[in-house]
Design a protein around this ligand. Structure first.
Ligand SMILES: *[C@@H]1O[C@H](CO)[C@@H](O)[C@H](O)[C@H]1NC(C)=O
Ligand SMILES: *[C@@H]1O[C@H](CO)[C@@H](O)[C@H](O)[C@H]1NC(C)=O
Ligand SMILES: *[C@@H]1O[C@H](CO)[C@@H](O)[C@H](O)[C@H]1NC(C)=O
Ligand SMILES: *[C@@H]1O[C@H](CO)[C@@H](O)[C@H](O)[C@H]1NC(C)=O
Ligand SMILES: *[C@@H]1O[C@H](CO)[C@@H](O)[C@H](O)[C@H]1NC(C)=O
Ligand SMILES: *[C@@H]1O[C@H](CO)[C@@H](O)[C@H](O)[C@H]1NC(C)=O
Ligand SMILES: *[C@@H]1O[C@H](CO)[C@@H](O)[C@H](O)[C@H]1NC(C)=O
Ligand SMILES: *[C@@H]1O[C@H](CO)[C@@H](O)[C@H](O)[C@H]1NC(C)=O
Ligand SMILES: *[C@@H]1O[C@H](CO)[C@@H](O)[C@H](O)[C@H]1NC(C)=O
Ligand SMILES: *[C@@H]1O[C@H](CO)[C@@H](O)[C@H](O)[C@H]1NC(C)=O
Ligand SMILES: *[C@@H]1O[C@H](CO)[C@@H](O)[C@H](O)[C@H]1NC(C)=O
Ligand SMILES: *[C@@H]1O[C@H](CO)[C@@H](O)[C@H](O)[C@H]1NC(C)=O
Length: 845
């Protein structure tokens, strides 16, 4: 079946030779599927020459079973059963969109499950009901439908209705000419009931019928007529009955006999479509011979076609579309010759169908494409089969839909994949669900960027991304949308609100992240509230170029640090904006959390989570009054955490963010001694297109400044790497960047000279009293030396730094227990007591 992936736009079967000719030459979009057949290669049915394939490429649910099928064709020897999920669908693709197809499904139960209980279930074509299948214990059954494909895919679905496990043995799909069965269109299909070939004993199908319809022979107890002449059809005939079928007929030798046919069919209220095919097979002498028929319908007495004479060796059709069936479900037909007719009735072939309206709305094609992409990208193991939205009873779990604006289709309006064990990136195809209003991806483990396209979904009002700690930044478009109040985003355990009020120079832009401890109204604090939170600016805990940092507490007792911009600082207001905008977008466990802000008149303040254990600098310098110096493991942990925070800014954010002021004073420690990077006032975000950026103003702190940047004002991520290298040296040595010696030797030069002489012992902080692993110490010093290389090309990336530090940590973990024991012994001597909160270090300056 190779080569079906593309097909020419013309109708390939036009002008085909008369049968028999190979089906595969006649049709491109044919499918002959032996369900449950797991063989590698196709095989050819000896009777028809049709090639059957296994079904793996059409379905990925269900289980293969083997049936004892003596006396049945090979294709009935296996089946696929569907114990799981209410709806399971075969996806037949590609087909020509808008073309007519005969689809036939065959079932042989054969007690494959040893339950002795042949199941009853429903078949759907796409999202529309096709038929209810009642399988038999010892015989095969099949159902056939003529339908128009609505796209390049036809779905055949088996629906469990609680009467046993659905299964299928064979699935066949054959194209028809578009001129055939004109009753069939996109909103109407025909489910075949009978297809009789009168006057012949055997069933006839392909290759005699190029469309591979099954014509059952009806000859027993009848007077049969046949001819060896061809029976002609008019150009564009709507039924294309094979000549061989038409060349035989049933009749009577005596004129007073008539043909009564009664159909018990469908269900109450169904409409029936009947087509009778006629051709006169006897050459009549027009002088004294005639065949004139009255054809009756309904209960067999309503005259529908009076005085009808079939044409000689030319096919003709009489069609009946019935009213809705009565409760008895009978429709009776009677064909009688008129009094003057010299010959009895004749009929060559007969077809009856149930008219099925295909009126279920379908999900919008683009939504289907998007959700299928989401399903495969996230490798969802949900029973997501068939149309996502329709019919209502089988709507996909986690999906909700509504009518499109023009009511021609259904749109996906919400998607809830909460707690679905999702991993990997958020598929950007979610952005193709343009009618989406709600997206819940909470309680998963997603990573990578948040697609910016979410910001363009005009109806989207709510996103929950809680639980995926490794997700990237909130992208710009989304940020804007949140700031307009058009969207609420839950992210990293907090509700995120952003307020951007800039359009003229007077108005400050700002953003707010509201902690889950606060109410929506508390987003933007008023000056009065800031006064209250800081207890009238009572506890000053830090000071910087920006302003003063105060300790504060929210109504619920949560401790916060409030950074207040001094009114004189004009530079500060720019940095305020930069910081607020950045922190609103950037979230990581190793970056300090912004909880709120105040932009009330001239009072600009930022409210942060309070970092109990102050700055790394203060810990290293021993300024923290309890004198408890950081042990080796704590130092490596802090270094790694800070590196991760910085790596996130560099590689987790698009465009990357350069912090520009990495120093031990900007690395804060919380109660659990987790390190977080703070002070984003100088940070810049650069487009990837620019490898470097010419900065107009030298920023940063002496001692940490990248010499390359200092020289040529070229700023990139590697400038942060340099500063981080300095911090790493501080952590290892316990010394500040500039030695407080008369020569004011810079730490890099100082360490470098000791490295040259291989003197690691004198590099590492003497207060550690030798409690460290020399090999790891060397490794970290090497990393620090690489970070502080004079030229940026020679420096590692932060990702590489993180990798190296992780290795140091893994080995060190073995020593944790020992060292902790050691430190508890050391400090149990009672000389040192823990300091109170008054001694706590500032959060930021
Ligand atoms: C069907 O569900 C059963 C248990 O519920 C499970 O063991 C089996 O693997 C599932 N089969 C398929 C094909 O998903
Ligand atoms: C399909 O055919 C039916 C009956 O001939 C007609 O009522 C209906 O409008 C048609 N639908 C389309 C979409 O053409
Ligand atoms: C065709 O009709 C002739 C006699 O009219 C009969 O002998 C022959 O068996 C028929 N063939 C078939 C295939 O019914
Ligand atoms: C009609 O006439 C022809 C001869 O003219 C004769 O052979 C034939 O049997 C007649 N048919 C009937 C039905 O009387
Ligand atoms: C059709 O024929 C059947 C069998 O002869 C009969 O039982 C039934 O009542 C008839 N139905 C109608 C509607 O006449
Ligand atoms: C579809 O048509 C059937 C029969 O004509 C009707 O009973 C059903 O309510 C229709 N469904 C929709 C969704 O229009
Ligand atoms: C999403 O939409 C774009 C633009 O319409 C299209 O190119 C792309 O193929 C769509 N992706 C999916 C998975 O539907
Ligand atoms: C998503 O589904 C979960 C249960 O599967 C439910 O708890 C949660 O409330 C749903 N989310 C929304 C936003 O409705
Ligand atoms: C978002 O998801 C988390 C985790 O499932 C849940 O705790 C939280 O209530 C959700 N938020 C909203 C607003 O639904
Ligand atoms: C989340 O995924 C990351 C990377 O795949 C993995 O390291 C981590 O253990 C996962 N977390 C959970 C809670 O599954
Ligand atoms: C700017 O702020 C002033 C007062 O704070 C306000 O009246 C004005 O409408 C604001 N302008 C814009 C564009 O928001
Ligand atoms: C600070 O760090 C120390 C360890 O050095 C720890 O014992 C303490 O709980 C942390 N928190 C506070 C508030 O001191």
């Amino acid at each position: 079946m190779e080569g079906r992936m593309s097909f020419p736009p013309f109708k390939p079967w036009k002008g085909c030779p008369q049968p028999p000719c190979p089906l595969s030459f006649l049709f491109f979009c044919i499918f002959s599927v032996d369900c449950g057949f797991a063989g590698v290669s196709d095989y050819t049915d000896a009777n028809t020459g049709v090639k059957y394939t296994g079904d793996r490429q059409f379905i990925n649910t269900g289980e293969n079973e083997i049936v004892s099928s003596n006396g049945f064709a090979r294709r009935y020897g296996t089946l696929r059963s569907f114990p799981n999920g209410t709806r399971n669908c075969y996806k037949m693709s590609p087909v020509l969109s808008g073309s007519k197809y005969v689809i036939r499904a065959g079932f042989l139960y054969g007690n494959y499950d040893s339950q002795g209980f042949p199941p009853v279930f429903d078949l759907h074509i796409g999202n529309n009901f096709w038929t209810t299948v009642t399988t038999l214990s010892d015989d095969s059954v099949f159902s056939e439908i003529i339908t128009v494909s609505r796209g390049v895919l036809i779905q055949v679905c088996l629906v469990n209705t609680g009467k046993g496990t659905p299964f299928i043995s064979v699935l066949e799909l054959r194209p028809l000419l578009d001129s055939m069965y004109p009753l069939v269109n996109t909103s109407q299909s025909l489910v075949n009931h009978l297809r009789w070939n009168y006057g012949m004993a055997n069933q006839l199908r392909y290759p005699y019928d190029p469309f591979d319809r099954l014509w059952d022979g009806v000859a027993n107890n009848f007077f049969t007529l046949n001819t060896s002449s061809e029976v002609m059809a008019k150009e564009g005939d709507a039924f294309q009955v094979p000549s061989l079928v038409l060349r035989s007929a049933v009749s009577e030798s005596r004129t007073n006999y008539h043909l009564d046919t009664w159909l018990k069919i469908g269900t109450f209220g169904d409409k029936i479509y009947i087509v009778m095919h006629f051709a006169e097979l006897q050459k009549l002498n027009s002088a004294n011979e005639s065949r004139r028929l009255n054809i009756y319908g309904k209960d067999g007495t309503v005259l529908l076609f009076p005085e009808y004479s079939p044409p000689y060796l030319t096919v003709d059709h009489k069609e009946i579309v019935t009213d809705e069936l009565p409760r008895s479900r009978f429709y009776n037909i009677s064909i009688k010759s008129t009094r003057s007719s010299t010959y009895s009735y004749i009929i060559n072939a007969f077809e009856s169908f149930i008219v099925r309206s295909m009126n279920e709305s379908q999900t919008d094609d683009r939504d289907v494409a998007a959700i299928e992409d989401i399903k495969s990208a996230l490798r969802l193991v949900k029973n997501w089969e068939g149309d996502p939205c329709s019919p209502k009873e089988y709507i996909w779990e986690g999906v909700n839909c509504a009518n499109s604006e023009d009511s021609t289709s259904l749109r996906i309006i919400s998607l809830n994949l909460s707690s679905s064990g999702l991993q990997g990136q958020i598929p950007s195809s979610i952005g193709n669900l343009t009618a989406l209003t709600m997206l819940d991806l909470s309680d998963n483990n997603l990573t990578g960027p948040i697609p910016d396209i979410f910001g363009e979904l005009s109806s989207l009002r709510f996103i929950n991304l809680s639980g995926s700690e490794a997700l990237g930044v909130i992208p710009q478009n989304l940020c804007k949308k949140i700031s307009k109040g058009a969207l609420s985003l839950r992210f990293h355990g907090i509700n995120i609100y952003i307020i951007l009020g800039v359009s003229d120079k007077q108005n400050k832009s700002g953003s707010t992240i509201e902690g889950n401890v606060q109410k929506r109204e508390g987003v933007q604090f008023t000056y009065a509230e800031i006064t209250q939170i800081t207890h009238n600016f009572q506890h000053e805990i830090g000071k910087g170029g920006f302003g003063i940092v105060y300790l504060g507490s929210l109504k619920d007792g949560t401790m916060v640090a409030v950074k207040v911009l001094s009114s004189s600082s004009s530079q500060g207001s720019k940095e305020f904006e930069a910081e607020v905008l950045l922190l609103a977008r950037v979230h990581h466990k190793n970056l300090v959390n912004l909880l709120g802000y105040c932009d009330d008149m001239q009072h600009l303040s930022l409210v942060y989570e309070y970092m109990d254990n102050g700055t790394l600098r203060d810990h290293l310098s021993g300024k923290i009054l309890n004198g408890d110096i950081l042990n080796w493991n704590q130092r490596v942990n802090i270094a790694l955490q800070a590196a991760q925070g910085l790596d996130y800014l560099h590689s987790g954010c698009t465009p990357p963010i350069v912090h520009r002021d990495i120093k031990s004073n900007n690395i804060l420690l919380n109660r659990e001694l987790v390190a977080k990077i703070s002070d984003f006032g100088l940070s810049r975000s650069f487009n990837n297109d620019y490898a470097t950026h010419i900065s107009t103003r030298l920023a940063g702190t002496p001692g940490y400044l990248d010499p390359e940047y200092y020289k040529n004002y070229r700023l990139n991520e590697k400038s942060d790497v340099y500063s981080f290298g300095i911090v790493l040296l501080e952590i290892m040595t316990g010394q500040p960047p500039h030695q407080n010696t008369i020569e004011k030797t810079h730490i890099v030069r100082w360490v470098h000279s000791l490295v040259q002489s291989g003197d690691i012992i004198n590099i590492i902080d003497s207060r550690l009293q030798g409690y460290f692993d020399i090999n790891r110490a060397w490794k970290i010093i090497e990393v620090a030396m690489s970070c502080t290389s004079t030229t940026s090309e020679e420096r590692m990336t932060m990702s590489e730094v993180v990798m190296e530090l992780k290795q140091c940590l893994n080995i060190n973990e073995l020593q944790i227990e020992f060292e902790d024991t050691k430190s508890s012994i050391q400090y149990s001597s009672g000389t040192i007591t823990s300091g109170l909160s008054t001694s706590r270090a500032p959060l930021a300056r």
